[in-house]
Design a protein around this ligand. Structure first.
Ligand code: IZC
Ligand code: ZN
Length: 414
């Protein structure tokens, strides 16, 4: 027999609609149903409507009473460095003195410090640390999460990180999307042999990871002192040739041309974009690339905020994500990220809701499955301790979820 869930007594159901990214004025168009209900069978939404939920649906259903509250799709965190071997609080004093992020990296700290810790950690230790983070994310409303490798920078540790993500899929309810980020930094062993590392990535690791289906995306950190746009092109094209879809970290600090590259390659997403220029924004619009903006990183690095309004204006679909990592964003709180997006990107609550649901789903190639509440989509949703959409942007700094549902199953309760 089918397992049925009915969410009744919804004060406001707010959701974007459709199976793809929403851009321009459509980014802010949300379907709002007041006094609503929603039904799911075997984890898939089958019906929704207004007024009392139909009697025949309520029979033999698990009923969740929303008590007049707001219901939205489950949140999608489209950019995280979830699996890492340790924190970098030892860099706090340096950061407070104003030593720049790239200088800490050039001195062998930053990403390279996390690489040392991640190489030393066992698979079990990495699973335990990431599982704890996922539990907190889930409590904050996140039901799908992208996760990047990139703290191994050698064959065994990169594979270990991706395998940890596979392990986590079986241990907890948050759905993971795996990204290979072997091009996160040049490892110390290859400091005098860039070409050797590029060959390792493009000729060995990418083909193997694609063949074993260990990742769905290939990503590169295109930045001053890290990988050039030419090197990024080589890596992403190798990924695409083997079936790994392209993502790129670009214009986080300097605009080198990585954003234009993203558009040219029709990358699924380009991420950070703090320093993006007009030509970069135009390229994203042309390429159909989702801009994944990370406002908590601007907050933490004390940097400007990406030009979100200009991107919406130019017709680029904007997603917003956490960038959870031990260096530039040691926070996984997507609700805080939503507040920042509202205040510092000047996006409306409706635009931000789209940015953390269907546009984030599009950035991880899942928009036909998650990111909206509509028949046929997965029943991933949040019942908020809030009466309407404005409320969750107006409050900040504490968790406002009441119940989180993944695939039709309540998996977290306040
Ligand atoms: O560990 O510093 N920007 N990669 C690119 C990061 C931030 C994560 C880190
Ligand atoms: Zn990142």
């Amino acid at each position: 027999m089918k397992k049925r869930l009915v969410v009744s007594n919804i004060g406001m159901l707010a959701t974007p609609t459709g199976n793809g990214p929403r851009s321009g004025p459509r980014q802010g168009e949300i379907l709002v149903l007041e006094d609503a209900w929603l039904a799911a069978e075997d984890g898939i939404i089958t019906a929704m409507g207004q007024g009392q939920a139909p009697e025949d649906l309520l029979r033999e259903a698990q009923v969740l009473d929303a008590k007049g509250s707001l219901v939205t799709p489950g949140l999608v965190d489209a950019h995280t460095h979830l699996v890492f071997g340790g924190w970098r609080e030892h860099e706090l004093a340096m950061k407070r003195k104003g030593v720049p992020y790239l200088e800490i990296l050039a001195q062998g700290g930053g990403i390279l410090s996390t690489v040392r810790m991640t190489r030393q950690a066992t698979r079990e230790e990495l699973v335990e640390r990431a599982q704890k983070a996922l539990h907190t994310m889930l409590s904050l409303g996140v039901t799908t999460c992208e996760a990047k490798s990139g703290y191994g920078l050698d064959r065994d540790t990169e594979l270990k990180q991706l395998q940890v993500m596979q392990d986590l899929e079986k241990l907890q309810p948050v759905e993971l999307v795996r990204t290979f980020l072997g091009a996160h930094a040049l490892p110390v062993e290859y400091q005098n042999d860039r070409e050797g590392y590029l060959r390792l990535l493009t000729q060995e690791l990418i083909p193997y990871i694609a063949k074993e289906r260990l990742a769905e995306f290939c990503d590169v950190f295109c930045e001053t002192g890290v990988f050039t746009p030419e090197e990024s092109r080589r890596i992403l094209e190798a990924g695409q040739a083997h079936g790994l879809k392209a993502k790129i970290h670009t214009d986080e600090i300097d605009a080198l041309g990585g954003t234009e590259l993203a558009g040219q390659l029709h990358a699924v997403s380009a991420e950070h974009l703090i320093a993006a220029t007009d030509s970069g924004i135009e390229a994203l619009a042309q390429g159909g690339t989702v801009a994944v903006l990370l406002p908590a990183t601007s907050f933490y690095l004390n940097k400007p905020y990406a030009r979100a309004r200009d991107m919406v204006q130019a017709g680029v679909p904007v997603a917003v994500a956490s960038d959870y990592n031990p260096g530039s964003c040691p926070s996984l709180n997507l609700q805080f990220v939503m507040n920042l997006a509202c205040w510092n990107y000047k996006l409306s609550p409706q635009e931000v809701l789209t940015a953390v649901t269907v546009n984030a789903a599009a950035a991880v190639h899942r928009a036909d499955q998650v990111g909206t509440l509509e028949p046929g989509k997965q029943a991933d949703l949040v019942i908020w301790d809030a009466p309407n959409l404005d409320y969750i942007f107006y409050r900040f700094g504490e968790n406002l979820t009441r119940t989180v549902v993944k695939n039709g199953i309540p998996v977290w309760e306040a």
